[in-house]
Design a protein. Sequence first.
Length: 327
Amino acid sequence: MGKKDEILELIRNSHDQHVSGEDMAKNFGITRTAIWKIVNKLRRMGYNIRAEKRIGYRLTGVPDLLYPAEVQKNLETKILGRTVLYYPEINSTQMEAKKQVCHKNLPEGSLVVTEKQTDGVGRLGRRWESPRGGLWFSFVLRPKMMPEEVIKITLLVALAVARVIQKSFGIEVMIKWPNDVVVNGSGSIRKIGGILTEMGAELGFVNWVVVGVGINVNNNLPAQVKKTAVSIKKLLGKNVSRIKLLKGILKEIDAGYELLKRDGFQELLQELKRRSIVLGKRVEIRAPDEMITGQAIDLDRDGALIVRTDSKTRKIIAGEILKVNQL
Ligand code: BT5
């Protein structure tokens, strides 16, 4: 922890009490002017710090920004977020995480987070709109699993996001297999978030997985996606705390990942089925090398989608659902 974070923690932990500049200067072995400069830096970061002559400093407001000190404060995870790379703005947290995982050997659980992406990416090179006010982050995992099992990670992350949004805000959140987090309302399915899972693998062995999560929280919805997307702000009619939401989701993913490591995917499967927006419906799917139309009937024990077509039952391990229709 640097001096800035230590001073912030000291002022934060003294709650309603003022912390004297003189005491801090003595404690840290620096001048009162140096303390004052650090306080001003914290103010520029968005912290409200009141200063009263001869009494000291008091924290009166914390910004809803995703600073590492805020993310890591009382974070209830084993591995996720133990390292946080924060960018006020970046092209894409996903690209950054991938770059660093290859060149810098980022430890498992490392989190890359930003307030705004200029070139957010979706699957298959699509664009992900990421204005200020949303949650846009990526993290690194190094699971001991086969490449074809990695879909379980996408599903557990989608489930964690759905669960936490629902629990926190009472919004019913569903999953459109495998990576869309959606809300079903006013006659249409709208996307509130998306998951992007990428990996570096050899035959039969995964080196790293980078998972990107995008959630529309307090951001306005860009024109490009206005018809198909929705945000938490839009549903609730007010802003919510992004930092609290992020920490809740990290905790949930971390617990899910622990469960996965203990071979506990089956425990998640029932809820994944319950939250599926496609099971029981007629779907049109673009699989890697063909189009498949049929009824989505189940998720198998590995998270693959089982579809009954006119001629046979198919197991789909990768693909994109283009249409969901009632039967
Ligand atoms: C996804 O792709 O749903 C994965 C999105 C992952 C985004 C995160 S943000 C943090 C990390 N860093 C990145 O650069 N990316 C990850 P896909 O299923 O391909 O959906 C993309 C499609 O969703 C687009 O073609 C648009 O139609 C739509 N879309 C774009 N931005 C959206 C938004 N903000 N909300 C809802 N839909 C959006």
